[in-house]
Design a protein around this ligand. Structure first.
Ligand SMILES: Nc1ncnc2c1ncn2[C@@H]1O[C@H](COP(=O)(O)OP(=O)(O)OP(=O)(O)O)[C@@H](O)[C@H]1O
Length: 262
C-alpha cells in the first residue's frame, strides 16, 4: 500500500504538481490519466520513491519511501518506466530474470530453482515463452514492452507501477495486458498504471486519477471522473462522454468539421 500526502513535485525550482493526496491499496487497479506533460510519470516516480519530493510524504507499507534501501523498495514496488533499455545481446529470459535480483544477494544468483519457475511463469503470462531465447534486439517494440512487464511480474512486488505499458501494443494486446493487471489486482496486488487511452482505462480499471492544471483534478470511480466537464478542463479541449448501446462509456474529443463534411 502506498500513501502519498500533500505532495509537491517538480524538477529543480520548477513545480510540476502540488497538493496531491493519493492512496493505492491492495486489490486496486488504478489508472493515472491526463494530458502530455501534466506530471503523470513524475507522480509515478514519486510513488515509487525514485525522485526527491519538493514537499509532502510518501509512505510505502507505512514506511517513509526515503527510509527504504533501493533493494527493500524493489521488493515492495515494481516500477515499469515508459522507456526501458537493455543491451542488445541480452536474451529475453535474462531480461525477465533481472526482476529476481532484489530477492537474492548476488552470490546466490543462478542457484535458485524458485527463480527459474517464477521467470517461466512471468514469460508464460505475457505470452513470451517462445521468445525466451531470442535477443532483445530482435524483438518488435510491442514484444519488448511485454518483456518489461514480465520482468516486473517476476519481481513479485505487492505494488506495481507501470508507465504507459501499452503504448506499443496493438488493440487486442493492450486490452489483454490490462486483463493481466486486473488478474494480479484480484490476487491482491496494488496497481497504478499511466494510460493515454481513456477508453482502455474506462473498460479496465476500478479508479481513475485525473492529472491536470498542476494537480490531481479528480480521483475516484470511473463514472465519477469520466465527465465531460472534468476531461475538458484537464485536456484543454472539448471532450464529450457518450454511452454505447450496451452501456459502456466512451470519451470522444469534439473535432472541427472538415471542409466538405456536414
Ligand atoms: N528529468 C526532468 N527534468 C526536468 N523537467 C522534467 C524532467 N522530467 C519531466 N520534466 C518536466 O516535468 C513535466 C511533467 O513531465 P512528466 O513526464 O511527468 O509528464 P507526463 O504527464 O508523464 O507526460 P507524457 O504524457 O507526455 O508522458 C513536463 O513539463 C516535463 O518537461
Amino acid at each position: 500500500m502506498i500513501e502519498a500526502r500533500a505532495l509537491v513535485l517538480g524538477y529543480r525550482e520548477r513545480v510540476v504538481l502540488r497538493d496531491v493526496d493519493l492512496t493505492l491499496r491492495p486489490r486496486e487497479l488504478v489508472a493515472i490519466v491526463g494530458p502530455n506533460g501534466s506530471g503523470k510519470s513524475t507522480l509515478l516516480r514519486a510513488l515509487a520513491g525514485t525522485i526527491p519530493l519538493h514537499g509532502g510524504t510518501v509512505a510505502i507499507d507505512g514506511v517513509p519511501a526515503h527510509a527504504l534501501t533501493p533493494g527493500a523498495r524493489a521488493r515492495r514496488i515494481a516500477l515499469v518506466p515508459a522507456e526501458e533499455h537493455a543491451d542488445d545481446d541480452v536474451l529475453v529470459r535474462e531480461a525477465v530474470a533481472l526482476g529476481r535480483l532484489p530477492h537474492r544477494p548476488w552470490w546466490q544468483w543462478g542457484d535458485q530453482p524458485d527463480d527459474e519457475a517464477i521467470v517461466d511463469a512471468a514469460l508464460a503470462r505475457l505470452d513470451l515463452t517462445e521468445f525466451a531465447l531470442r535477443r532483445i534486439a530482435t524483438l518488435s517494440s510491442g514484444e519488448r514492452q511485454r518483456v518489461w512487464i514480465a520482468s516486473a511480474l517476476a519481481q513479485q512486488a505487492p505494488t506495481l507501477l507501470l508507465d504507459e505499458p501499452t503504448s506499443h501494443l496493438d488493440l487486442a494486446g493492450a486490452y489483454a495486458t490490462l486483463d493481466i493487471l486486473r488478474g494480479l489486482a484480484d490476487d491482491g496486488a496494488a496497481i497504478a498504471v499511466v494510460l493515454h487511452d481513456l477508453n482502455l482505462a474506462v473498460a479496465s480499471v476500478d479508479r481513475i486519477v485525473l492529472v491536470g492544471d498542476g494537480t490531481v483534478l479528480a480521483d475516484g470511480p470511473v463514472a465519477e471522473v469520466v465527465r465531460a466537464d472534468l476531461l475538458t478542463r484537464a485536456y484543454g479541449a472539448e471532450i464529450a462522454v457518450r454511452r454505447t448501446t450496451d452501456g459502456a462509456m466512451v470519451a470522444i474529443p469534439r473535432r472541427r468539421a472538415r471542409k466538405g463534411t456536414a
